[in-house]
Design a binder for this molecule. Structure first.
Ligand code: ZN
Length: 325
């Protein structure tokens, strides 16, 4: 009896799977199918009218153009109305290191990559108080591919480099305002053998243990790739990535594959064809640029999604300006 039940369950499961797959397929081609159907229906309609009234060919052609234009116009107008009030573009913001106010006042007063934690909290509070929705990168990807829509007040929060300060200073703020965020980490740094306890003064990085803890306690904060070990410059100040052969880049991706990342932020925003090829090969969904200072749209290139850098000297006013950009 139980085996019968399990067979039924299996059939049901398979059926559900099929329905889901069909729905996906349907969504992908829906627009093309509808446009094609409109054209075919208009064609048949004009033929019928032409036959009924015994019209000449050029007149039938004219009727076809009029009917199809009218129906297509109606269809696109409906889409426009349907998407009214929803985001056509979404800003992806990047912060770098968040430091204590004391550190910002002293060591990092001239540093554009370091933000005072108090200013950062004000910025997050602003997003929260003004009902901005923050997206995970999976949600952003669903929007990008047209699977989901989000209202206009939607943003993506990202951090680069995976500083341990994110864990001690940023995480409590994200939790407090219930915000989603993504940090792009440099893979090899997570297994720092010479690990030292975090202090505000010394720069340390997020460890694997921290990542596992966050996954359990606050999954709204996620980690993605800033490459395994391409985040450095050579003696002449040239980005390391540009000195590497395609094979060396492939090796970097291989080492990083333990994390199963789907998104990547280019170190220093630098990229070339070799790294794009590796992204493709490793099934990365999106890759993020940097300092592009524009909102992401559904037409942005998949491996060149623009991001807006929030400067270390910025205030809550700066963020407001970007939100109304
Ligand atoms: Zn970086």
């Amino acid at each position: 009896m139980s085996s019968m039940i399990s067979i039924f369950r299996l059939i049901e499961h398979k059926h559900r799977f099929k329905v889901r797959e069909l729905k996906k397929l349907n969504k992908k081609y829906r627009r093309k199918i509808i446009v094609l159907s409109i054209i075919i229906i208009s064609f048949i309609l004009s033929l019928v009218i032409g036959w009924l009234f015994n019209l000449k060919f050029w007149l039938i052609g004219m009727i076809f153009v009029v009917i199809s234009t009218f129906l297509l116009g109606l269809y696109y107008y409906k889409i426009k109305v349907y998407n009214k009030g929803y985001a056509k573009q979404i800003p992806v913001f990047t912060w770098h290191r968040i430091v204590t106010d004391e550190m910002k006042r002293t060591v990092y007063s001239d540093n554009q990559w370091a933000h005072s934690v108090t200013v950062f909290e004000q910025q997050m509070k602003y997003l929260h108080d003004h009902h901005y929705r923050t997206l995970s990168l999976d949600e952003f990807y669903d929007w990008y591919t047209g699977k989901r829509r989000f209202r206009k007040k939607t943003v993506v929060i990202t951090f680069d480099d995976g500083n341990a300060d994110d864990y001690y200073l940023v995480l409590p703020i994200l939790k407090k305002y219930k915000l989603k965020a993504t940090t792009f980490i440099v893979g090899y740094r997570t297994e720092d053998k010479s690990y030292q306890p975090w202090t505000p003064e010394k720069r340390t990085y997020i460890t694997k243990e921290m990542m596992q803890k966050v996954a359990k306690t606050y999954p709204n904060w996620q980690f993605e790739s800033h490459t395994w070990d391409m985040h450095k410059v050579d003696k002449n100040g040239k980005e390391h990535l540009l000195n590497l052969t395609p094979r060396q880049i492939a090796l970097d991706f291989k080492k990083n594959s333990v994390f199963g990342f789907k998104y990547l932020a280019y170190p220093y925003g630098i990229y070339n064809d070799a790294i794009k090829k590796e992204l493709e090969k490793n099934n990365y969904r999106l890759a993020f640029g940097f300092r592009d200072h524009e909102y992401a749209t559904r037409k942005s290139k998949r491996y060149q999604i623009p991001r807006i850098k929030i400067n270390g000297f910025s205030t809550v006013e700066t963020l407001k300006e970007w939100l109304n950009y």
